[in-house]
Design a protein around this ligand. Structure first.
Ligand SMILES: [Zn+2]
Length: 370
């Protein structure tokens, strides 16, 4: 046999084993079972495509496949030992799962499997099969549960629309071939290796996060989900404001590409898109810019900074409360002060801090312009 014939024979054997094993239990690393042989250039493009489709279906749709990914993620990124963070994520996932179900009942057929990773950067990822992780660093840097829910809601938008499975075939193909470069002719990549390649791509924006179109879709879905929970809908804009400030302060050092990849619309634009959503959600009554809240085109207040938030970031929480009040018809009732908090009907709006005007002044002004 000449060399070319030898290679072809190896590829054919590999391909046959693929068609028998894919969809069935995937081999662990080191076995001879093959998903994509090194000779993939020799097999037809359509055949390679069919193999990738099978592989993607395995991870995205089968219970076994998604468990394999889940295990690979935990192994690669480590599992946080912080039980308080784990409990917080459990609570966020329970709340958001209900919020998603109100918009998209298919979540009931494929609930998310998730964990807090041991990574210290501000980051989160959702892969195929509704496998999700949120980094410990996210909880370290972001203390507001509402803002973490906004991040997780974005990830669930990717998950519900299967962005990873739909959008990344070419990326996966390239990575698999690249990972085989330099290996002996005829060697093959096993299922376990492949799982770890996919896990390794989790924080690559082109896999975990897709095109600009997908990012915008995930942002908008995240907003819809959160408006079906008790979280403050202003948290989506607020967390983007936090990213704007973190980027400005640290030049991205604390943030990984997942929220700021080059093909993401930048954080300021994403924040502004959320402010527009809030304006619409309120029936076009309320908005905010640079920490100043406007009701019916009249200035209500300039929101003071708190210990953990800038004036702008905190203003989006006030905006979220006002938008919810208008959305739910509470604006037809009086603004009052209860236990130091300005209320509009039964909706809390703001609990003034040092630097804010006093609650009675704010309530009075709100009544005059609402
Ligand atoms: Zn994304």
């Amino acid at each position: 046999m000449n060399l070319k014939k030898k290679i072809t024979a190896a590829v054919v054997a590999a391909t046959l084993s693929v068609s028998l094993t894919i969809g069935a239990p995937v081999a662990s690393a080191g076995t001879a079972e093959t998903i994509i042989g090194v000779g993939s250039v020799l097999i037809g493009a359509s055949q390679q495509n069919a193999q990738l489709n099978k592989m993607i279906r395995h991870y995205d749709e089968s219970e076994q496949g998604r468990q394999e990914l889940f295990d690979a993620f935990k192994q690669k990124y480590g599992v946080s030992q912080n039980t308080a963070y784990k409990e917080r994520l459990d609570k966020i996932m329970a709340n958001l799962t209900k919020g998603v179900a109100a918009v998209d009942p298919t979540i009931k057929e494929k609930p998310y499997i998730y964990f807090v990773s041991a990574q210290t950067s501000v980051n989160a990822a959702c892969s195929m099969g509704h496998v999700m992780m949120v980094n410990e660093g996210t909880f370290n840097q972001i203390t507001s549960e509402d803002e973490i829910a906004a991040i997780v809601g974005h990830e669930m938008g990717h998950g519900q629309k299967s962005h990873v499975a739909k959008g990344n075939k070419k990326v996966l193909q390239k990575q698999v071939i690249a990972s085989l470069a330099g290996t002996a002719v005829g060697s093959a990549i096993g299922g376990g290796q492949l799982t770890s390649i996919i896990a390794g791509l989790a924080f690559n924006h082109s896999v975990a996060h897709g095109t600009r179109k997908y990012e915008t879709e995930a942002d908008m879905l995240g907003f819809d989900y959160i408006t079906h929970t008790n979280y403050n809908p202003g948290a989506c804009a607020a967390v983007m404001q936090k990213f704007v400030e973190l980027e400005g302060n640290s030049k991205r050092s604390g943030l990984e590409k997942i929220f700021l990849p080059s093909d993401h619309p930048d954080s300021a634009k994403r924040r502004d898109a959320y402010v527009q959503k809030l304006f619409e959600y309120s029936g076009k009554h309320v908005t905010a810019k640079d920490g100043i809240i406007t009701v019916n085109n009249k200035t209500l207040i300039t929101v003071a900074a708190s210990d953990t938030m800038s004036s702008a970031e905190r203003s989006y929480f006030v905006l979220g409360n006002l938008a919810a009040a208008y959305h739910n018809g509470q604006n037809k009732k009086e603004a009052t002060v209860q236990n130091g908090t300005v209320m509009l009907g039964n909706q809390p709006i703001i609990s003034p801090l040092d630097g804010d005007e006093d609650a009675y002044t704010i309530a009075e002004r709100l009544n005059s312009i609402k």
